[in-house]
Design a protein around this ligand. Structure first.
Ligand code: NAD
Length: 489
């Protein structure tokens, strides 16, 4: 089995402790990864701190930083097939998706490469005589990036690229569930020629690795994508170092299907939002509200569509739904579905492990008709190909139901009525609203949520604000000495 190494201070280092990574398509171990202990986690932070304050990185011009990011983007684009294959083996995500996503990840590095030398301040029209006042945007400091298992390359790019463009140094903690692609990324970072310590990549468990990375006094900012329970621990840890914490958390995103929609487009949207990425997506549109006048048609078409969905090996290009990430996930989904049916949900199709697969953790695409939002599957982020469908009668009613959630990440609205599309998207409390489409993303477009989906923004110009702090400089231009030092004006 391949034995991976930490990437710290520009060197690939064996770890002291190792764990096996399992291939979700077979359930078999396929590689060994180092679980960072206290010493290794601290060394990664010390290296990033040294690189920020005592290495050549701080002398790089913004244009030079941009060029390095561009070179890294090129290397990622060249290696996108290999990166995608590694992610598939490790996480069970479809190879067609991981390969395409790895290629697109390069665009995030290109976007921030271009932005690096456009991060600028202002000269202020200050209200005092003989004063010149200007602002600059300074790097925030050592950034810790912690990512979940389901899109390691992509979710690390949305943190590493803007953080480096802004002049910070980074420690990335890959998820212990599927870290392989990030260790390949470490090789590309090394090849691109970043100075030692500017990017460090390790993996490990919440304890001790996650705890140390998020509470260390030399860490200025923690950028976290993952679930709410871990986010709470990170926010508590930030009381130790007062680090800035940016959170991209879970969701239970609503899809609103109005009676004036294009039915086929809506069905495609529901399939994309729920069965795409095997439902293991933070923006899964898993609360589907359908107008009473079209609900029979929509359910019929979803049933027909489900018959053509291929559940199978993620490496096969014909597969639509691959395995779930862990066997515990299957057990959890089964428990929630059982409870939901006991509460009165009607199972329309699916609802069980895929019978055709001998090994691995596969679950059939599933649709439950729920009479209201009190049903367990409507409340719970399942991370599985499960739709909870609820019928509605009026626009006001469905907007209220859509907003009645602790989360607020994405939302989908399907309607042919332009005024309604604008009206409803304004009222929905979520960070992203897709009208007549779903799951579209871009490096140019900010991504993030409201409420318990976390309030930070990744991608777009907004991300630069997460990784910089404004410095204000005052220059006294008067030829006279300071006036009365006891009176501040
Ligand atoms: P998770 O919260 O269990 O783990 C995320 C990361 O946190 C992992 O790297 C894990 O090792 C680390 N971690 C665990 N304990 C820690 C601690 N005490 N301190 C610091 N780090 C710790 O999430 P997961 O199961 O890997 O991923 C699924 C979750 O991620 C879902 O809730 C999903 O919605 C969310 N997600 C959100 C987005 C988004 O952009 N909003 C994108 C993808 C996934």
């Amino acid at each position: 089995m391949k034995k991976y190494k930490h990437y710290i201070n520009g060197k690939f280092l064996f770890g002291s402790d190792y764990f096996e990574s399992l291939n979700p398509a077979t359930g078999e171990p396929w590689a060994l990864f180092p679980a960072a202990n206290e010493k290794e986690s601290e060394y990664a932070i010390e290296s990033a701190h040294k690189a920020l304050f005592h290495g050549p990185w701080s002398e790089y011009t913004a244009t030079q930083r941009g060029k390095l990011l561009h070179r890294l983007g090129d290397l990622i684009a060249e290696e996108s097939s290999q990166l995608g294959d590694l992610e598939t083996k490790d996480s069970g995500k479809l190879r067609v998706e991981t390969r395409a996503q790895s290629g697109y990840v390069a665009d995030y590095y290109y976007y921030y490469a271009g932005l690096a030398d456009k991060i600028q301040g202002d000269v202020l029209p200050i209200d005092k005589p003989n004063m010149r006042v200007f602002t600059t945007r300074e790097p925030i400091g050592v950034v810790v990036a912690i990512v979940p298992w389901n899109a390691q390359l992509f979710l690390s790019a949305t943190k590493i690229a803007p953080a480096l463009a802004a002049g910070n140094t980074v420690v990335v903690k890959a998820s212990e569930q599927a870290p392989a692609a990030l260790f390949k990324l470490a090789e590309l970072i090394d090849q691109a020629g970043f100075p030692p310590g500017v990017v460090n990549i390790i993996t490990g468990y919440g304890e001790p690795c996650g705890r140390i990375l998020t509470s260390h006094p030399k860490v200025a900012s923690v950028a976290f994508t993952g679930g709410c329970e871990v986010a709470k621990k990170i926010v508590k840890n930030s009381a130790e170092n007062f680090a800035h914490v940016s959170l991209e958390l879970g969701g239970k995103s609503p899809m609103l299907i109005f009676e004036d929609c294009d039915i086929d487009a809506a069905v495609n949207g529901i399939v994309a939002g729920n069965f795409g990425a095997s439902g293991q997506s933070c923006v899964a549109g898993s609360r589907v509200f359908v107008h009473r006048n079209v609900h029979k048609k929509i359910i019929y078409k979803l049933k027909q569509a489900s018959k053509n969905i291929v559940v199978g090996d993620p490496i096969d290009n014909k597969t639509h739904i691959g395995p779930l990430a862990t066997p515990e996930q299957i057990e959890r989904v089964e428990r929630v579905l059982e409870e939901s049916i006991d509460q009165g949900a009607e199972l329309i199709f699916g609802g069980s492990k895929s019978k055709g697969m001998r090994a691995g953790w596969y679950f059939d695409p599933t649709l439950l008709l729920c009479h209201d939002q009190s049903i367990k599957c409507v409340q719970t982020e399942l991370f599985a190909p499960v739709i909870s469908l609820i019928i509605f009668d009026s626009e006001d009613e469905v907007v209220d139901m859509a907003n009645d959630s602790e989360f607020g990440l994405g939302a989908g609205v399907f309607t042919q009525n332009l005024a309604r599309a604008h009206r409803v998207s304004q009222k929905i409390r979520s960070g992203i609203v897709w009208i007549n489409t779903y799951r579209a993303i871009s490096p140019i477009s900010p991504f993030g949520g409201f409420k318990q989906s976390g309030g930070s923004r990744e991608a777009g110009l907004d991300a630069i604000y997460e990784y910089t702090r404004t410095k204000t400089t005052w220059i006294n231009t008067s030829p006279e000495p300071m006036a009365n030092p006891f009176v501040i004006r």
